[in-house]
Design a protein around this ligand. Structure first.
Ligand SMILES: Nc1ncnc2c1ncn2[C@@H]1O[C@H](COP(=O)(O)OP(=O)(O)OP(=O)(O)O)[C@@H](O)[C@H]1O
Ligand SMILES: [Mg+2]
Length: 225
């Protein structure tokens, strides 16, 4: 579902944020991405949804070479990907329901379709009872669950989450990880960046580990150097 072939990223001349990254994440897989601050986790995730472009190398998403996607068609790639950040990026002037509905409204879905899909996403994250609240009136854990509902509402094939529990305590983090497991059980591929080693131990899965821009463990058999 996501493949990297000899991918390099350089923001500043002579300083590689990523070097020779080779990886393959299969359809339906749930993998973690870890590494110290500055190791390149966010950069790697941004390359997947074309928020950044590689300096060298090829990236395939859903079997398509995304280097070849023209700017005007990047929205088609983004429709396949639900993106979740550490700071939830909710819109304060909208209710929980309206925040989750936004991606569907933007793409022009009919209101009956929007209603059905938003109810289903809110129910999956257990927030139906909060749908008319503004984000400031719900807890941090609930706000992150709204962000997750917004990421899955359009039926993406892939979820990319960058430190989604970075602002949450351990108990809420575990709750959020369990929601990701539920989403993954529906067949959605998940790539989740975290530097929280405790959570990695609690949820044993394949871990892609970056060290100073290089992948140092977690390859599958096809991409093992
Ligand atoms: N827009 C940018 N311009 C220049 N350098 C950047 C930019 N974004 C990231 N970098 C550099 O690229 C390297 C990797 O950064 P990145 O944000 O991907 O790391 P990270 O693993 O996500 O770190 P953290 O755990 O702190 O979020 C770092 O050296 C960083 O300073
Ligand atoms: Mg980061």
């Amino acid at each position: 579902m996501v493949e990297f072939y000899h991918v390099y990223k350089q923001y500043i001349k002579g300083d590689w944020a990523l070097q020779d990254i080779n990886l393959s994440v299969a359809k339906g897989e749930f993998v973690f991405l870890t590494g110290a601050s500055g190791a390149g986790k966010t950069t790697l995730l941004k390359l997947i949804f074309k928020d950044e472009t590689p300096s060298k190398g090829q990236i395939l998403v859903d079997s398509a070479n995304i280097n070849l996607i023209p700017a005007k068609h990047v929205y088609r790639l983004r429709r396949k990907i639900g993106i979740i950040f550490q700071d939830f990026k909710l819109i304060e002037s909208l209710t929980v329901y309206e925040n989750v509905a936004l991606p569907l409204v933007v793409r022009g879905e009919r209101s009956s379709v929007v209603s059905r899909m938003v109810q289903s996403a809110l129910s999956l994250v257990g927030l139906t009872h909060r749908k008319n609240y503004p984000p400031s009136h719900i807890s941090g854990g609930e706000q992150q669950r709204v962000a997750i509902a917004r990421a899955i509402v359009g039926n993406p094939k892939i979820i990319v989450a960058d430190e989604p529990t970075g602002n949450l305590d351990t108990e809420l983090s575990i709750e959020v990880f369990k929601i990701f497991e539920r989403i993954n059980a529906n067949g959605i591929t998940i790539i989740l960046a975290t530097h929280d080693q405790h959570l990695l131990q609690l949820f044993p899965r394949r871990v892609l580990r970056l060290d100073k821009g290089r992948l140092v463990s977690g390859w599958d058999k096809e991409t093992r150097p």
